[in-house]
Design a protein around this ligand. Structure first.
Ligand SMILES: C[S@@+](CC[C@H](N)C(=O)[O-])C[C@H]1O[C@@H](n2cnc3c(N)ncnc32)[C@H](O)[C@@H]1O
Length: 220
């Protein structure tokens, strides 16, 4: 059975970036600035950002909710693909990291498109549901603390419309999901959600083998 080798073959990965990537100079600068930070590796890869932007366009998304924004690369990638009246609600707890994000969003001209909500993401999601916004989102991207992934997924399933897409990042967790010695709470939470989604008939399901693995769950 053929497997995609891009997850672990560095030269081939470089080739895929050189051949398919259409990153802007601004996004490259954001990547460079982020790389210097402690925790800089939390940023999604540029190939993943480009894929997510394509998915935004493919499903004609107008409203997106992102859980876990960091320095803003994933939000920027998706916001650029939204129509002029589109909206992306970005949830994070860190002012320090999202101040960097805001700087780049402003420069890219998407600062009006992206609404940052600082605070625990689960509170923001429940607020959106409480405000009557269930079923109004086209796409949700989950990329924050892993222990809360299941709660984020359930909230996002309420928030997205029928036919809406939920993308969940880091579902392979650097390979820890198949390492029986890894029993920490992050790995356990990711394994549990992966197993739950396998049986979840509320969604169509696929693994996108990009980055650290992305689950795509399409709401039925
Ligand atoms: C993996 S990073 C997100 C990376 C981002 N999507 C990108 O592409 O650059 C995870 C982010 O989740 C945020 N975070 C962690 N726990 C959170 C919580 N309970 N509520 C909101 N944000 C949280 C962190 O501050 C961090 O910025």
């Amino acid at each position: 059975m053929a497997r995609t080798p891009t997850l672990n073959n560095e030269k081939l990965y470089d080739y895929t970036l050189a051949t398919w990537l259409r990153d802007t100079e601004l996004k490259q600068r954001l990547r460079e600035e982020t790389r210097k930070l402690t925790g800089g590796g939390m940023q999604i890869g540029p190939d993943q950002g480009q894929l997510m932007a394509l998915l935004v366009r493919a499903i004609g998304a107008r409203r997106i909710v992102e859980i876990g924004t960091f320095t803003g690369y994933s939000a920027l990638s998706m916001a650029e693909a939204l129509p002029g009246d589109g909206k992306l609600i970005a949830c994070d707890m860190s002012k320090e990291w999202t101040d960097i994000a805001r700087r780049y969003w402003r420069e890219a001209g998407v600062d009006e498109t992206i609404e940052l909500r600082l605070g625990p993401a689960i509170d923001t999601l429940y607020q959106l549901i409480g405000d009557g916004q269930a079923g109004t989102f086209d796409l949700a991207f989950i990329d924050a603390d892993k222990v809360n992934y299941e709660r984020y997924y359930e909230a996002c399933l309420l928030l997205v419309r029928k036919g809406g897409l939920i993308l969940i990042d880091n579902v392979l967790w650097g390979g820890s999901v198949i390492n029986a010695e890894k029993t920490d709470e992050d790995t356990t939470a990711i394994r549990a959600l992966n197993a739950k989604l396998r049986e979840d008939d509320r969604v169509e399901l696929a693994l996108v083998p990009v980055g650290d693995g992305v689950t795509a769950a399409l709401k039925r």
